[in-house]
Design a protein around this ligand. Structure first.
Ligand SMILES: C[S@@+](CC[C@H](N)C(=O)[O-])C[C@H]1O[C@@H](n2cnc3c(N)ncnc32)[C@H](O)[C@@H]1O
Length: 226
């Protein structure tokens, strides 16, 4: 079976659960269920919200929560299957009473193909799992089928921002987008990929990479009208 077949049940190779969840995390997952998006809600949400940002792999929610707090006029959809960090993100959503966020607590590949065409203004993928081993490269998120789907769901001139500190994944990402050909890499000077974009907040993984003296890169690709 093709592990990347969106229309079958994609196999997720990352972790869904780590250490035992604390009482407060368990409570957040229970209380936070009201923020969970169902597949059947997608049409309503995308019809009623003008500007939607989809964040894939939000981790602790550093970027998702700060972005939602700063931009109440924008609607955010976050996806992450790792329950330990999803619970942390939900704790913040509940604490700050954030109203412009919903969560898909699972693999984005199970829902992304159901978004209507031209419904998403921006997609952000900050420090995705690099799956560094050659034999594991089919597990990386950025694949040809994935690009085909995001091209269809992103609005004209919409963008996708991808951050990574992993050299092999940097090359992989640039090569995949270049070969696909329907997105333009928005770049003038090296500052553009060396600097975190103004609309992104620092995340745990960016901090970790800086502490470990790796260089994060930020790539922004814009949908080209074909
Ligand atoms: C390295 S962490 C980065 C977390 C956060 N973006 C940050 O910068 O701190 C990668 C995250 O992507 C999530 N992830 C991996 N594959 C995913 C998928 N197919 N759909 C949604 N999230 C995914 C993982 O569960 C994990 O939380």
């Amino acid at each position: 079976m093709n592990i990347y077949d969106f229309r079958s049940n994609p196999i997720f190779f990352g972790r869904r659960k780590g250490r035992k969840l604390s009482k407060s995390s368990q409570l957040a997952l229970k209380e936070g269920k009201r923020y969970f998006i169902q597949k059947k809600d997608l049409n309503n949400i995308t019809n009623s919200k003008k500007y939607i940002i989809l964040e894939i792999g939000f981790g602790d929610g550093d970027n998702l929560i700060n972005s939602a707090k700063t931009n109440p006029e924008i609607f955010y959809i976050g996806s992450d299957p790792f329950l330990n960090t999803t619970s942390k993100c939900l704790e913040k959503i509940i604490k700050y009473k954030i109203k412009n966020v919903v969560i898909w607590p699972d693999d984005v590949r199970k829902i992304i193909y159901l978004f209507p065409k031209n419904s998403i203004s921006k997609i952000k993928i900050l420090f995705p799992d690099p799956w560094p081993k050659k034999k594991h490269k089919s597990r990386r998120l950025i694949q040809d089928d994935f690009l085909e789907i995001i091209y269809s769901i992103i609005k004209p001139k919409g963008t996708i921002t991808i951050a990574t500190d992993h050299d092999e994944l940097k090359c992989w990402t640039l090569e995949k987008f270049q070969r696909y050909g329907k997105f333009e890499w928005i770049v003038k000077t090296c500052k553009d990929w060396e600097t975190r974009p103004a609309d992104c907040f620092q995340t745990k993984y960016e901090l970790k990479s800086i502490m470990q003296k790796r260089k994060p890169s930020w790539f922004i690709f814009q949908k080209i009208k074909i």
